[in-house]
Design a protein around this ligand. Structure first.
Ligand code: ADP
Ligand code: MG
Length: 265
């Protein structure tokens, strides 16, 4: 049984993301502007798994925060499921680059939090969903621990589980596996793909790892150095389900080489 069998509302997701000429400029203290994202237009159909690759500081996290409704773009607009984004929404689950957990709540309470905050949803079966997510991120014995008792990688896995608890239409992930060791990372890659394929959610996945992007995605957007723009939009037509064998195919190597060529500039 999977976590989604317990979802209280099995429904069709409408997680299409539309970025329309989005520019994001920050004001610095000396009054100058830092343009983090420049005139970016992207349409992501509902259910697609999209990775974003790009050099550090090119505006990836900023783009994610714009989609999440956490910052308002200087110009342009974002829509999710055809509705303009004007602030944070229940339709969106987020796993940040560094996990933000409540220190005074247990691991299980942290994971359950977004579902508890959503007053429109029935929380029948919430405990079971938390258990399954704990199992998925390999923390089943640790639900009663507090964040301070966990390693950094464990905390990150708690944050990932939490981003999935409400069965969101859109899952935004900012380098979620960056702090994990290679084995755990590959396990998490496969778990996320399995959840994604069953849930029908749209995934917007930031990574700086070319292989990870190729392995996970339907499509990879490569961003330029700041100000970030999308300089390549690469379709990944490798068959699914992806397995260890996928990484050894010539098609996989060719895709990774294609991506690398855009990154090195
Ligand atoms: P990435 O995630 O690709 O590493 P970010 O989106 O975090 O890049 O940052 C892009 C640029 O915008 C960087 O130069 C960063 O310093 C700047 N930036 C991000 N957030 C802010 C902010 N709140 N205020 C000022 N500058 C910011
Ligand atoms: Mg970032």
């Amino acid at each position: 049984m999977t976590v989604l069998d317990h979802a209280t509302t099995r429904r069709t997701h409408n997680g299409a993301i539309k970025l329309d000429s989005v520019t994001m400029e920050f004001k610095t203290r000396d009054g100058k502007g830092i343009r983090a994202v420049e005139n970016t237009s992207v349409e992501i159909p509902s259910g697609q798994f999209v990775s974003v690759l790009g050099p550090s500081g090119c505006g990836k996290s900023t783009l994610l925060r714009v989609i999440a409704g956490l910052v308002t773009p200087t110009a342009g607009a974002v829509a999710i499921g055809g509705e303009k984004v004007s602030g944070p929404s229940r339709k969106v689950g987020i796993a940040f680059q560094s996990p933000v957990l409540f220190p005074w709540y247990t691991v299980a309470q942290n994971i359950a939090m977004p579902a508890k905050l959503d007053k429109r949803r029935s929380n029948d079966g919430l405990r079971e969903r938390v258990e399954e997510l704990l199992d998925m991120v390999k923390l089943s014995a640790l639900g009663d621990k507090y964040p301070s008792e966990l390693s950094g990688g464990m905390r990150q896995r708690v944050a990932i589980a939490r981003s999935l608890i409400t069965d969101p239409d859109v899952i935004l992930m900012d380098e979620p596996f960056g702090a994990l060791d290679a084995i755990t990372r590959e396990h998490m890659n496969d778990e996320l793909l399995s959840i994604w394929s069953q849930s029908g959610a749209t995934v917007f996945f930031i990574t700086h790892d070319i292989s990870e992007a190729a392995y996970m995605s339907d499509r990879v957007l490569v961003m330029s150095p700041r100000p970030g723009r999308v300089i390549a939009d690469i379709q990944v037509d490798l068959p699914r389900p992806r397995t260890e064998r996928t990484r050894g195919t010539p098609e996989f190597a060719a895709l990774a080489a294609d991506m690398r060529q855009y990154i090195s500039h």
